[in-house]
Design a binder for this molecule. Sequence first.
Ligand SMILES: [Zn+2]
Length: 107
Amino acid sequence: MDREILKIKQKLEKERNEIERILKEIHYENISTDVLSEDEIADIYEKNKESEALENDLVKRITKINRALEKINDGSYGICDSCGKKIEKERIHLDPASIECSTCSNK
Ligand SMILES: [Zn+2]
């Protein structure tokens, strides 16, 4: 495995750990429901809605990261998952978890 890919791999693994930590925190917050007033309940409800949206984003991101790591392991990293063409260098530079070329991801 060349150095550049090894670096990307470490970066992705680090980001994945970070996301897993945040996801755990979200779940922990959702468990605490020792509130009484309606306002507080409404507040919690709002927050849960927010964290749900955040959670969805994070889960999407982690799925992408996992797929990118999988691609590193099977040697297909840098190749578009949809059309099989090379993913633009700049694109990978901007987001190392890119698993599709710009054409396919804009579809
Ligand atoms: Zn493509």
